[in-house]
Design a protein around this ligand. Structure first.
Ligand code: PXP
Length: 237
């Protein structure tokens, strides 16, 4: 069975827009869990633009299976150790980016990433690396000793959404998947996924976990808004 992790960062974005408590992150995490999500992903960004330290603390202590996305640095590693999420996914982070734009540069940050992965693994926090789908990244993953990667599917998703040819990008993902499987690296995928791209990737037997955020939150508004309007119509009758 494939696992589905739901990224709830954008629930926090919406909450923060008013600086108050609605929508409540714990309420949403509870609904997400009840609906069958296998884990809940939150990205504690350096600028805390959506999820904040208290969100992470409360979510981890309430026994949700939290996948904490974080930049690969010692300060973040210490926060992860303090909160003990079940999983960590190391991601590159640029302050001005709208979302995670690409995968980690494993070559450049080899020693630091290796140290963080080994420290977190010792603390029993499964740690994955968010990488662009290339074989060289997987070779470095092995050298680093990470047991798990998440392939960045942003490029594939963009091509599919723009109705452009995506066979070459899909082939890259498939080749990486096969390599990962042969080398005992657990394979996840995420970024930019919607129904269409998820369907395309679902044919790949080696990807066992998907992490999806923006589309799910957007689609939930589309599906849920008429129900909320009906509630108000009843109240205001
Ligand atoms: N996986 C990783 C590592 C990410 O950084 C993100 C975006 O925060 C996602 C998955 C989810 O991407 P999206 O919100 O586009 O579904």
């Amino acid at each position: 069975m494939k696992r589905l992790g739901i990224n709830i960062d954008h629930v926090a974005t919406l909450r923060n827009a008013r600086g108050e408590g609605h929508p409540d992150l714990i309420d949403i995490a509870t609904i997400v869990k009840k609906a069958g999500a296998n884990s809940i992903t939150v990205h504690l960004r350096e600028d805390r633009r959506h999820i904040n330290d208290n969100d992470l603390k409360v979510l981890c202590h309430k026994n949700f299976l939290i996948n904490m996305e974080m930049a690969a640095n010692v300060k973040m590693m210490k926060i992860a150790i303090r909160n003990k999420p079940k999983f960590v996914c190391l991601v590159p982070e640029k302050r001005n980016e709208i979302t995670t734009e690409g995968g980690l540069n494993l070559n450049k940050n080899f020693r630091l990433i290796k140290k963080i992965v080994s420290t977190l693994n010792k603390k029993k926090i499964r740690t994955s690396l968010f990488i662009d789908p290339t074989i060289s990244n997987l070779i470095l993953t092995k050298k680093i000793g990470a047991k798990c990667v998440e392939l960045h599917t942003g490029k594939l998703s963009r091509l599919v959404k723009d109705n452009k040819k995506f066979a070459k990008e899909l082939d890259k993902i498939n080749k990486c998947s096969y390599y990962a499987k042969k080398n005992n690296i657990e394979l996840h995928a995420g970024h930019g996924l919607d129904y269409k791209t998820a369907k395309i990737l679902s044919k790949n037997p080696y990807i066992i976990e998907y992490n999806i955020g923006h589309f799910i939150i957007g689609e939930s508004i589309k599906i849920g808004i008429s129900k909320v309007i009906q509630n108000f119509k009843k109240i205001l009758r």
